[in-house]
Design a protein around this ligand. Structure first.
Ligand code: NAP
Length: 289
C-alpha cells in the first residue's frame, strides 16, 4: 500500500522537504504503525533538516517527532495496544516520522489518547508539554506560590510551561516579543507579561521581583543566560530549555546567590519518566471539558 509523506533526501532549507508517494512501512518487533491524523511542528525539526543537530537521522528520512492518530498495525510482542486505538506519540522511529500519512514508533512512545481529546491536542504533547513538565517537575522542585519566570513564554514550550505552572499553583510570569504575544501569555494565566524586545525589560522584571525569581525557564540561553543570573533569586534555579550557541556569564552572581543552572534535554527521558509524564498529562486531559 502507498501513502503520501514528506521526505528529506539531503540536509538544507525548507525546499528540501519533498512530498512524495511512499510504501507504507511494516512495523518490526516492538514497533507500531500509526495512521497519522495530526502532526506537531517544532524548532528541532528545522535543526535536523539543516543537518545542524547532535543526533541526525540517516538520509533520506521522514521528519516529525510527535503526532497523534490511530494504531494501524502492531509489531510482534507489542502489548497493551490494538488496531484502531486513538494514540499520541512521544517519539517516532528514526526515518519514519509524523510528516506523512503513516509513521512508525517504538511501542514505549505510543500512548492512549483520552476520548475527549482531539488529535490536534494529542499532537502537541510529545515535545512542548513533555519538555515543560520535565523542566518544572523533574529537573526543578517548583513550589506552590513560587515566582516562576518563563523567559520566552509565547512559543510551544513556553505556553505549556505557563499552563502547567499555573495549574500547579505557582505564580507564573512570562516574556514575549510583541503586544499580541504578551496578551496571549496573559490569557494563559501569566500574572504579568514583559516584552523581551523592550530595552528596559530586565529593569522592569527586577522592579517586579526585587527578591528575584525562584525558578527561571530560559528558551534562548545563548542570548539570555547572563540576564537570568541577574534575575534569579537567592537559592533559585535557571533551567536551560533552548540554546543555539554559547554564552558568557559572571559566575560570581551564582556564587553569591548560591543559585544553580540546570540543563535539560528531552531525549534523556527514561521509559519510567515517560510513563510518569503520560499518567500525569492523561489525568489533566481527561479533566478537560
Ligand atoms: N532541551 C530540549 O529538550 C528542548 C525541547 C523543546 C524545545 N527546545 C528548544 O527550546 C526553544 C523553545 O522551543 P519552542 O518550541 O517554545 O519554540 P518556539 O515555539 O519557536 O518559541 C520560541 C520562543 O522564544 C521566544 N523568544 C524569541 N526571542 C527571544 C528573546 N530575545 N528572549 C527571550 N525569548 C525569545 C519567542 O517569543 P516571541 O516569538 O514572542 O518573540 C517564543 O516565545 C527552542 O530553541 C527549542 O529548540 C529544547
Amino acid at each position: 500500500m502507498k501513502c503520501q509523506v514528506i521526505r528529506v533526501a539531503e540536509f538544507g532549507g525548507p525546499e528540501k522537504l519533498v512530498e512524495m508517494e511512499y510504501d507504507v512501512p511494516s512495523p518490526s518487533a516492538g514497533n507500531v504503525l500509526v495512521k497519522v491524523e495530526a502532526t506537531g511542528v517544532n524548532p528541532v525539526e528545522t535543526y535536523i533538516r539543516k543537518g545542524n543537530y547532535a543526533k541526525l537521522p540517516e538520509l533520506p528520512y521522514t521528519p516529525g517527532t510527535e503526532g497523534a492518530g490511530t494504531v494501524a498495525e502492531i509489531g510482534e510482542g507489542v502489548k497493551g495496544l490494538k488496531v484502531g486505538d486513538r494514540v499520541f506519540l512521544t517519539d517516532t522511529l528514526s526515518g519514519h516520522g509524523t510528516y506523512g500519512q503513516y509513521c512508525l514508533s517504538p511501542s514505549s512512545e505510543v500512548h492512549r489518547l483520552p476520548d475527549n481529546s482531539s488529535f490536534e491536542i494529542g499532537a502537541s504533547i510529545g515535545i512542548a508539554y513533555r519538555t515543560a513538565w520535565r523542566a518544572l517537575f523533574l529537573k526543578s522542585k517548583m513550589k506552590k506560590g513560587e515566582l516562576v519566570l518563563v523567559h520566552g513564554a509565547s512559543g510551544g514550550v513556553g505556553m505549556a510551561s505557563l499552563q502547567l505552572g499555573k495549574d500547579f499553583g505557582a505564580r507564573m510570569v512570562g516574556t514575549a516579543g510583541s503586544p499580541e504575544g504578551m496578551e496571549f501569555i496573559k490569557s494563559l494565566g501569566a500574572e504579568k507579561a514583559f516584552n523581551h524586545t523592550n530595552r528596559e525589560y530586565i529593569t522592569e522584571l527586577n522592579e517586579f521581583a526585587p527578591n528575584g525569581f525562584g525558578l527561571i525557564l530560559t528558551m534562548r540561553a545563548h542570548s539570555n543566560l547572563g540576564k537570568d543570573t541577574v534575575l534569579v533569586a537567592n537559592g533559585g534555579k535557571i533551567v536551560i530549555v533552548g540554546a543555539q550557541g554559547s554564552s558568557t556569564i559572571n559566575p560570581r552572581r551564582l556564587m553569591s546567590k548560591e543559585a544553580s543552572i540546570q540543563g535539560l534535554m528531552t531525549w534523556n527521558f527514561t521509559e519510567a519518566e515517560t510513563k510518569q509524564f503520560v499518567d500525569f498529562i492523561s489525568e489533566k486531559l481527561k479533566a478537560e471539558r
